[in-house]
Design a protein around this ligand. Structure first.
Ligand code: NAG
Ligand code: ZN
Length: 374
């Protein structure tokens, strides 16, 4: 079903403004911002401007909005929580995140496509969620006097999940929570877990011409990394292979100095909930290859099964993490959204407007289903 004209204009207004307000010069209709991507001064897109925009936008439409301060991170940042009517208790919550990864990429329309940082991850989802809720109000499938559905747009999803952690302090609970992330319009059956691994080696500095009395920390580390890369990581039928990315490597001071220190950081995408077994496998593989390497696991989270008992959707299992495990409570979880994760976080992040139109219908169906059941 095609969304009505009013949904589309609403969508395009909320979407273009929500994105553009992080870079006012790039607002629709304003002269185009320079095409050279510039670095966001604070690195991450904190979601501060878009948070203010959403607060205004929703208040103007009769929502009560609470801009919840979130501690930590770089300066003032706030979650936006909004509801209709007199009570903040609702049966369903629709949520996504308004922060973005660096660097900032200006918002731009190219024909029917929307380009720029956050178009896919995750302001496209935010705009489609708002448009869906508004249209359900117009058709009286959501009661304007409240009680059915609330909106929550968090900060910090890309940076430690402080926003969703703070949302637990709202003191509210729901029957169902619908999360928005790029799933290419499919309903997620689950997503992989995460195990972060840090490796460190300590050596003894010395002259490179006389290596015998020293110890080369980089050599020690590299042997450990080779062991790590050959570790047999467990797979599962539902989540597939457990994969490994060695993402950071550091060490040494000059080519003629034996390095005294070297370290590396890796991220494992877990396909099984046997987190402790996986840690043991990794530790053994590293130590068998290089006993001197210190192994630590700063963070872990098993795979997350997600509800998908709604008809009419293709389903998918995802390899990336989300805020789903960070929101406590005994609610059903759904994960759905416009755009592809393969362009999220990239320099060519974009989606087609038609994809957003489909997502509005998808969210309408998910919210409607959650309100019907229970
Ligand atoms: C929810 O409503 C209750 C009762 O009016 C109030 O005490 C509380 O602060 C509200 N919380 C939020 C997050 O709106
Ligand atoms: Zn995201």
């Amino acid at each position: 079903m095609k969304p009505s004209r009013s949904i589309l204009s609403l969508l395009s207004a909320s979407f273009s403004l929500a994105i553009a307000r992080d870079d006012p010069a790039a607002a629709l209709g304003a002269p185009r911002a320079p095409q050279v991507p510039r670095r966001n001064p604070v690195g991450l897109g904190l979601g501060r401007e878009v948070g203010r925009f959403l607060q205004d936008y929703l208040e103007q439409r009769g929502y009560t909005v609470y801009a919840q301060p979130v501690e930590g991170g770089d300066g003032d940042r706030r979650n936006i929580f909004a509801y209709l009517g007199g009570s903040n208790r609702t049966r369903v919550l629709v949520t996504s995140h308004i922060d973005t990864v660096p660097p900032f990429l200006p918002y731009e329309r190219r024909g029917t496509e929307l380009w720029g940082r956050g178009t896919v991850d995750a302001k496209g989802a935010v705009a489609a969620q708002i448009a869906a809720v508004e249209s359900l109000c117009q058709t009286h499938e959501i009661a304007e006097e409240g009680g059915d559905d609330a909106l929550l747009f968090v900060v910090g999803e890309e940076d430690g999940s402080g926003g969703m952690a703070a949302a637990n302090d709202l003191g509210l609970g729901w029957e169902a929570v619908i999360f928005g992330e790029p799933t290419e319009g499919k309903l997620a059956r689950g997503h992989k877990g995460i195990l972060s691994v840090s490796l460190a080696a300590v050596g003894k500095a010395g002259h490179s011409g006389y290596p015998e009395p020293g110890t080369n920390a980089i050599d020690t580390l590299v042997r450990g990394l080779t062991g790590l890369q050959s570790a047999a990581l467990p797979r599962s039928d539902e989540f597939g292979e457990t994969t490994l990315n060695v993402g950071v490597i550091q060490g040494g001071v000059a080519d003629n100095v034996l390095p005294a220190q070297a370290s590396a950081a890796a991220l494992v995408r877990l396909a099984t909930d046997r987190v402790d077994d996986t840690k043991d496998v990794i530790e053994k593989a590293v130590h068998d290859a290089s006993p001197g390497v210190q192994v630590e696991f700063p963070y872990s989270q098993g795979p997350v099964p997600i509800d998908y008992d709604v008809e009419g959707f293709d389903t998918v299992v995802l390899n990336y993490g989300t805020d789903i495990p960070n929101l406590k409570g005994n609610h059903k979880c759904y994960l759905y959204g416009p755009g592809s994760i393969l362009v999220a976080h990239s320099d060519h992040e974009h989606l087609d407007v038609s994809v957003l139109e489909v997502a509005v219908e998808g969210y309408r169906a998910l919210i409607g289903n959650a309100l019907k059941s229970g």
